[in-house]
Design a protein around this ligand. Structure first.
Ligand code: SAM
Length: 218
């Protein structure tokens, strides 16, 4: 798949480059702790969609036996391969799309999505794929930015998306009801935290997030 996102590819927008440089200069400790919490207690075989440059890899607990990271962007994938080399658990990186996952049906114990359901074209289709590859009773770990519960803030999100956000950041939308989409896909929330965090004012419209564990019925 040759598609490149505006987040990592050579066609990356100035805004995306600015966010990346900022993150490289000053890694966000709160984001690191949210990633760690999203992954804690995980075990078995895991598939992570849109793993990006692999910044979640360092947080996988030793109880995870293997991770398959699926990432369509070639530049992010190369960075992920480098991070996978020094990860605490075995990780393989493959090209692929969340809407048609390169994995057998009922083949993994858990799936992970961090900041991806905001970017995929069709979240319902991606969630159906996540269901397909999970074993019965398998779990979805997620940390996703979502539309705000506050009406005025939602207007700001919508305006930001329309003016620059979505076009600058590979189709990302800050106004998605990902909590509702996860529920509608047939997952049951086992842990659900709703919070607000952004690493800078530049990304404040993506601050409302949901983090947690959702499970398929056994
Ligand atoms: C905001 S980045 C998040 C990266 C990583 N999950 C993280 O937490 O740092 C969104 C990622 O989703 C990926 N992505 C976009 N559309 C996708 C799709 N249809 N299938 C899989 N990944 C996709 C992008 O290439 C990018 O790496």
């Amino acid at each position: 798949m040759a598609r490149e996102s505006a987040l990592y590819g050579p066609t990356q927008s100035r805004f995306a480059r600015c966010l990346e440089r900022r993150e490289a200069r000053r890694p966000d400790p709160v984001a690191r702790s949210l990633r760690r919490r999203a992954l804690e207690g995980l075990r078995g075989q895991v598939l992570e969609i849109g793993c990006g440059d692999g910044r979640s890899f360092e947080h996988y607990p030793a109880s995870v036996t293997r991770v398959r990271g699926v990432e369509p962007d070639p530049i992010a994938r190369s960075a992920a391969v480098e991070r996978a080399r020094v990860a605490p658990v075995p990780i393989e990186i493959v090209d692929g799309d969340a809407g048609a996952l390169p994995a057998e049906t009922a083949s993994v114990d858990a799936v992970v999505s961090m900041g991806v359901l905001c970017s995929v074209e069709d979240p319902a289709r991606a969630l159906a794929e996540l269901r397909r590859v999970l074993v019965p009773g398998g779990e979805l770990r997620f940390w996703e930015h979502v539309r705000s519960a506050n009406r005025a803030f939602r207007l700001v999100q919508r305006a930001g998306d329309a003016l620059f956000w979505t076009r600058s950041l590979g189709g990302c939308r800050t106004t998605r009801d990902t909590e509702g989409a996860i529920r509608a896909a047939g997952f049951r929330f086992e842990r659900l935290e709703r919070g607000f965090h952004s690493s800078s004012l530049l990304t404040v419209t993506s601050a409302p997030y949901v983090l947690g564990v959702a499970r398929l019925a056994p």
